[in-house]
Every structure is written in C-alpha cells, then in structure tokens.
Design a protein around this ligand. Structure first.
Ligand code: ARG
Ligand code: GLU
Length: 757
C-alpha cells in the first residue's frame, strides 16, 4: 500500500514536472528553415522525422523547399510532378476558377479538368514564388544607427540599409529579395525569391466536393472537404520565369514531392511547410483584452449584417451568386474565425495566463537593479499606450469593416487622389498613370458588382457605424449630410447615393473619367458617394490614423524591448518569430482531441461522413454530386481506399495560420500525405496563443484527392504524372530512386486524350 502510494506520487511528480510533454510532444512554433539544425532537428528526429534539417532546407543541393511555393502571395502550393504540376487548396484557386466561370460554363458548380495541356487556363496576375535561399542579415540592417536614435531615424536607416542589401543580393540576376523584421525588429532575414508568372489552372473539383460543408463546416472538425485544386507552373524555353505565352513550357522543378499512399495513423510525425501570414504570439494581456472584448465582437457583428444581406440576394439570383461567391466566402471566413478565436481565448483563459506571465516578468525585473533600470517601466508603458487607443481601435474597426465594407465607398476612395491631382493641376504624367490604372481595373470591379445589393449594405452598415460609434469619431458627412439632410435615415441617404453616384455603373464612371481627363472634376465633386468617401477618408486620416500610428510606433519599440527581455528571462525556452508571410516549418503529430467534456474526436474522417451529412437533407452546403454517391455505393475507391473506406481529412497538432492554406503536409520520410486547409474552431486562437490540447490543423488526405482526380473526374493522366509511393523510401530529391523515367500512358488514357482533342 505504502509503496504503491509512493510510486504514484513519484509518477505524479514526474508528470507534473514535464507537464504536457509527457502526453503530447511539443508542437507549438513556426520555425525558420535556416535555423532548423540548431533549434529543431534533434527534436524532430525524436518525434519521427527520418530526414535531416539539410534535407528540408539546403543551399547546396535540392531539398524539400524547392517543391514549395508561395501561391499568389496569399496561399501556399507544392510541386508534385517533374512537369510543374502544383497542388493547392480549392479555396486558394477559387478566384481563378470563378474568373473562368459564367452562368453557362459554371466551373464553380461543375468543376474543371484540363484533359490535355492545351486546355489548361492562364491566369493573368497569378504567381508562384520559390525561395532560392535565405540569410540572416541582421548585422547589415542594423548598422549605422546612431546610439540614441529616435524610432523614426532608426526606421529610416533600416530602410536605407534594406534597399542596399537587397540590391546587392539580386544585381545581375532575375531574382527578387525580400527582407523582413523578426521579433519586432530585433533580427532581420532576407529571402531570395524566384517568381513564375505563368501559372495555369489544371483542375478543380465541383464546389460540392472542393468546398463541401461550405461555411457551415468552415473552421470546424469533423470535416469532409476535398479542398484542393491543381495548377501548373510554366516557364520560358530556358526554364526561367516568363510572362504568359502559348510557347511557354511546363516548368521543370528541382524537386517535386512524392505522394505516399500509406496514409496516416494517430501519433505519426507531420511537417507543414509553407507561408503562414501573420500571428501575434507575444502580445501583452492589454492587447488581448482589447481584441477579445472590443475588436472581435464589433467586427463579428458588422460582418454578420453584411453576410445576411449578401446571402439574401445571392439566393435570389444566380448571377449575383456567382458575382459574390468569392467575396462572400472571404467575408464569412474571417467572421467565423474571430468567433472561434474568442471562444478559444476564453476556454484557455488566455488573458489571465498572460497576466500571470506579466506578474512573473515584473518579479524577474525587480529582482535585479540593472534589469529594473532597463525594463522597469515596460509594463506600465504598455498599459499607458493601450489606454491611448481607447475609442480609437473601435473607430478604426468601423472604418475598415463598416465604411469600407460598402463596395461603393471602398471603390470611390481609390479615385480621391486622382481627383485631387486634377484639381491641383498635378503633373500630367502622374495623372495619366493613375487614371490608366483605375480604368484598367474598373471592368474587373463591375463584373462582380451589383449596385442594388451594395445599396442595402450601405444602408445597414453605415447605420451601425452611426449608432455605435461615439459621435466624436464620426466623419463630417455624418453630422452634416446624414443628420441634417436625412435625419439619420441611412436608407434615404442610400436612395440618394445609389440614384446619383457615378460609381454605381461602369458607363457612368467612364463618362466621368472622360471629363476628368479633360480637366473637369465636377462629376466627382458633386457625387454624393464620392463626397461621403472623401469625408470618411479625411476624418480617418486626421482623427484616427495619427494617434493609431503614434501609439503603434511606441508599441513597436516596447515590444522589441519586451522580446529581448523575455528571451533573457526564459533562457531555456525556444522562441520562434511571429508569422510574417515568410517560409516556415511547423512540426507536430497526427492527433485526436477532446473538444469538451465527454466528447472525443477521432483524428480522421472518411467518405462515410460525407454521406451522413448529405443524408441530413436540406443543407445546401451538404449537397453532393451523384457520381460521388455512385462511387461510394460501389465502394469503387481504386488503390486509394483502405479496408473498404475512403479517408477524406485528418487533423494534426501543427501550428499553422492563414497563408498556410495549400501547404504540403509531409511525413517523416519527406513524402506528401496531405494538404493543409484549415484549423478547428477553438484552434484559431493559436494566432495569439497556442493551446496544445485544442489546436489542430485540418488537412485533406492526399488519397482522397487522388481518388477524386482519378475515379471521380476521370483525369487519371494527372495522377500518372505524379510520383506515388507505398513504402518508406526517402522522398528526397537527391535520392537515386527518384530519377525514374516518365510513366508510359495507358491505352485507355491515350484514347481519352485523343477523344478530347
Ligand atoms: N478557413 C479556411 C481558411 O481560412 C478556409 C476558407 C475557405 N472556405 C470557406 N468555406 N469560406 O482559409
Ligand atoms: N484556410 C486558411 C488559409 O487560407 C488556413 C487555415 C488557418 O488559418 O489555419 O490560409
């Protein structure tokens, strides 16, 4: 009895001292490829990674990084064939699929598959960017800053240094260079990039697969979305980036990821390699409180209104549905994310935990005289600065979300500078360049613009702004026009704007622009939409932005100091810099979780769940194509199913964020097992604080997308192009087994291709 108790206590003590790590290995962090060897390699290998840091990122030989691209600057993609075939998410390629769609040729609804190279569709403006190498340039960027420099002087010196270092690094090459601050400007890294400009659409499943579950399931687990699309990178005759030309040929990459058919088990090592956009892991409690209590609730409620109005009109008209599909999806996406973020922050008691850390920090500072001198005021200054933002943050949120949420206002803002230039007789060249640019972008705007819908949004959102924001933060037009002319009735205001404004139609705007080119500004200066936009912008610039910028400059310095101090205080902790759209590695494990008491979620889903959701009936996000049901009923899963089941999605503990969409999920051997596309709802808090118990990234299982391409779409020629593996051989580029000859086409395939041509 006695002994047992002692053993129990001992075990309990060990568990306590190693904490969470006993049950779950560490997974927090978005790491720099350059520093993996030093910081992460040993731990990764311990967790099941069979390769080395050099295999992930090397400048001497091809490595996994050569198969990863920033897709259009907003998502991630990976190369999966020797002929430049690129995988990313359906929601990342959504804008492209939409732009090729019309009511007659509705690729959003029906999907799109190029059956041969000629059918692949060019996408002007879309890019794929590879990382050639990265460098720590901290010392070169922080050189020449005078000892007692103000933030402005420091900033100016840094900008000058950056321009010089970038220039030196890329002179005589076709590469670009990006330098970004890390840890709030304590460190700087440069990324040398190669950007391809001819990226064509190859395939996308119907939305009923690629967006299955839609906004109902977005940010949630269990999930059943086949969120993938295929593109191809094209290059000039020299295999280098080139503008679109029918003569371009498929890019031959240094590496393409082999695809594993082995699938995933609970506990398997997973590596996510991609371009996470933005996180704020080191915020103080003051900032999180503001987000949690003020910003998120305000933004959520504004978007709720807008979504409701868009939804009404999209349901009433197919044309409006297509026009607003991508916009709706992106508005809904952030809206739902903020809701989840707040839940997660609440659940993990994040504000209180940050306060705890700050108390600990204060103690550490106070324990030493020199620390006291350096850092003694830090927390108080944070408090003072955040206090200065009181009222400002929410006013800014309303400008961004409510005022700029009205398309007409957002659009009119783009013309303010031009009108100003014409009024003040600015340089003709500048006027022409700006006018050209605006005229070029107008058709794109009007293609997806429905004035009657926008009018409803105007009336509702501006009313919310008017009612909820302290009049001291109202633009002048609110007190004059809105109050005096329309007694605060924004429907009446809308009637006036949408009957008179030149911005409601492309034709009216064209006429006004012709006048403007002839030096006449009257059409704009008397336009009620233009006047309102100008009033909002000038109020924003004079009353909100100066305070906001000033405080942020202060905060940047405070955070830079705080980072230095924290790293001094927590010497055993491995710090990773906040995401900033640069290439990062996140590693974790396939892992189930318990969302609440009494409930446990499995780590994977199958086609069974698609059918269950579809059977609910009446939920339009759950309607599936007949062909998918047929394949399910026949259990016709080809080599992609396992034990009569078709795996669809899985979750793991990788630390990811927006921008990681489309990122390859790679197993311990360097083979592709999934494409990252989402996080679970409470897990969205990981942009601010990572909670190992609850944060999961969601990926589509590669076997599901192969099944869809091959069995569902009959586009097996694309699968043929990929390298499928069923064993544990290394997925490395320099391994000899990768130099295989292109596979022969099957007879069936040749026949199909011929038929299409
Ligand atoms: N939540 C994912 C991301 O942040 C997917 C968004 C697209 N899907 C959607 N139903 N809106 O991008
Ligand atoms: N869907 C997100 C994206 O587009 C990724 C999900 C996340 O934020 O983790 O990047």
């Amino acid at each position: 009895m006695m002994v047992n108790k002692r053993i129990f206590l001992l075990v309990a003590a060990i568990c306590l001292s190693i904490g969470w790590s006993a049950a779950r290995p560490p997974a927090e962090g978005m790491w720099l490829p350059l520093l993996l060897k030093q910081l992460n390699e040993a731990e990764m290998q311990q967790q099941g990674f069979k390769l080395t840091a050099e295999d992930i990122y090397s400048i001497n030989r091809s490595s996994l990084k050569d198969a990863v691209v920033s897709f259009g600057g907003f998502c991630t993609g990976e190369i999966v064939s020797a002929e430049g075939l690129l995988l990313t998410n359906h929601h990342c390629g959504y804008g492209q699929v939409q732009s090729h769609s019309s009511v007659e040729n509705d690729y959003l609804t029906d999907g799109f598959w190029a059956m041969n190279r000629q059918q692949e569709l060019p996408n002007p403006g879309l890019t794929a960017t590879f990382i050639v190498r990265m460098e720590d340039v901290t010392s070169q960027i922080l050189t020449g800053i005078p000892a007692a420099a103000t933030e402005a002087v420091r900033e100016a010196t840094i900008l000058g240094n950056m321009a010089r270092v970038r220039q030196e690094a890329t002179a005589g090459t076709h590469y670009d260079a990006v330098i970004k601050p890390f840890f709030y400007g304590n460190e700087f890294y440069m990324y040398i990039t190669e950007t391809f400009r001819d990226v064509r659409l190859v395939g996308a499943p119907p939305s009923a697969i690629g967006k299955f579950g839609g906004d109902t399931d977005n940010w949630m687990w269990p999930r059943h979305t086949g969120d993938f699309a295929l593109f191809r990178v094209y290059a000039g005759a020299d295999n280098k980036p080139a503008d679109y030309s029918p003569d371009n040929k498929p890019y031959q990459p240094k590496h393409h990821l082999p695809i594993s058919l082995k699938g995933v088990q609970q506990g398997d090592f997973t590596l996510v390699f991609g371009f996470p956009g933005r996180t704020n892991e080191y915020l103080t409690s003051h900032a999180i409180q503001e987000i949690y209590e003020v910003s998120n609730p305000a933004k959520i409620s504004i978007r709720e209104t807008k979504l409701r109005l868009l939804d009404e009109d999209m349901k009433a008209s197919d044309a409006v549905r297509i026009q607003y599909a991508a916009k709706y999806a992106s508005i809904a996406n952030a809206w739902k994310k903020w809701i989840g973020e707040n839940r997660g922050l609440h659940k993990a008691n994040t504000i209180e935990k940050k306060k705890e850390l700050e108390r600990e920090f204060a103690q550490w500072v106070n324990a030493d005289a020199s620390r006291k001198q350096q850092y003694g005021n830090l927390l108080a200054e944070f408090g003072q600065n955040y206090q200065q933002l009181d009222g400002i943050t929410i006013a800014r949120d309303y400008v961004n979300e409510a005022a700029m949420g009205v398309e007409l206002i957002r659009h009119a803002v783009d013309y303010i500078r031009l009108v100003e230039l014409v009024e003040t007789k600015g340089a003709a060249s500048e006027i022409n360049t700006l006018a050209d640019r605006l005229e070029k972008s107008a058709p794109g705007f009007y293609k997806n613009y429905n004035a009657p819908t926008d009018k409803k949004v105007f009336a509702a959102l501006l009313d919310q702004y008017y009612q909820n924001i302290d009049p001291k933060f109202h633009p002048e037009a609110f007190s004059s026009t809105a109050r005096q002319k329309y007694q605060g009735n924004f429907s009446k205001y809308a009637d006036d704007v949408y009957s008179k404004s030149v911005f409601v139609s492309e034709d009216r705007l064209k006429a006004a622009m012709a006048d403007l080119r002839a030096g006449k500004t009257q059409a704009f200066k008397s336009d009620p939409g233009f006047l309102l936009a100008s009033s909002i912008l000038s109020h924003y610039r004079s009353e909100i932005l100066p305070v906001y910028n000033q405080v942020n400059d202060n905060l940047n310095l405070l955070y830079r100091t705080y980072m230095t101090a924290l790293r001094e205080m927590q010497q055993d902790r491995k710090f990773y810099p906040d995401a900033n759209s640069t290439l990062r590695v996140a590693y974790g494990k396939v892992a189930d979780y318990e969302p609440m008491d009494g409930v446990k979620y499995k780590h994977y889903t199958t086609l069974e769940g698609v059918m269950e959701k579809a059977a609910m009936g009446g939920v339009e996000d759950y309607v599936i194509p007949a062909r998918l049901r047929e394949l399910y009923e026949q259990k016709d899963f080809g080599p992609y199913g396992v034990d009569g089941q078709m795996p669809v999605c899985f979750i793991a503990s990788n630390h990811t964020t927006g921008g990681n969409s489309g990122s390859p999920v790679i197993n311990g051997n360097g083979q592709l097992i999934g494409i990252n596309f989402d996080r679970n709802w409470e897990g969205t808090m990981s942009d601010i604080a990572y909670n190992p118990d609850q944060v999961r990234n969601i990926s589509v299982d590669v076997r599901y997308l192969l099944f869809i391409i091959d069995k569902f779409a009959g586009a097996g020629h694309l699968v043929q192009e990929m390298t499928l593996v069923t064993d544990d051989t290394s997925g490395l580029p320099h391994a000899d087994n990768r130099k295989e000859a292109p596979k022969k086409k099957t007879r069936k395939q040749k026949k199909k291709e011929a038929a299409v041509k």
